[in-house]
Ligand binder design. Structure first.
Ligand SMILES: [Zn+2]
Length: 153
């Protein structure tokens, strides 16, 4: 069982507060109105498999560190994007200083490194900061890629 804590997320449609677990089947929906909820969570070496690899929807991984200036610009943009893509993507933030195994697995030599994962497989990678509009395009493309491989399976 997961030991990670649930986040409280305010439904963007009706305003109801929902408890959203860090991991679980499908993707979170508002208990009141059924709207898809933004799914944003942190992960580290011990829970990355459960939170990211086992997710039923594509995962946007943000490999970042507190000392990284460009990361501090990219992270808020990613959270806005994750809200707009609610139900279609899960944003998982990994502090590489505390998650050496995850950083090594994805060969994150420079950060921010952004990945789109489809059931643990990297379908798209973006190294370095980029404007929010560019990140949206990149994510759309990654989701199409993930959809294509899912359809072919
Ligand atoms: Zn709602």
């Amino acid at each position: 069982m997961t030991t990670t804590v649930a986040n409280i997320v305010v439904c963007p449609r009706c305003g109801k507060k929902n408890r959203v677990p860090a991991a679980g089947p499908g993707s979170p929906k508002c208990g009141n109105c059924g709207a898809p909820l933004p799914w944003v969570t942190d992960a580290g070496d011990d829970d990355f498999t459960e939170i990211a690899d086992r997710a039923d929807i594509p995962v946007l991984v943000d490999l970042w560190a507190p000392w990284c200036g460009p990361c501090r610009m990219v992270s808020p943009a990613l959270e806005r994007i994750a809200a707009d893509f609610a139900g279609r993507v899960k944003l998982v933030k990994v502090n590489v200083d505390e998650a050496g195994r995850v950083a090594q697995r994805f060969e994150a030599q420079s950060i921010p490194t952004l990945l789109v994962l489809d059931r643990g497989r990297v379908v798209s990678r973006q190294v370095g900061a980029a404007a929010e509009a560019r990140l949206r395009e990149w994510l759309e493309q990654g989701l199409r890629e993930a959809g294509r491989t899912a359809g072919a399976a």
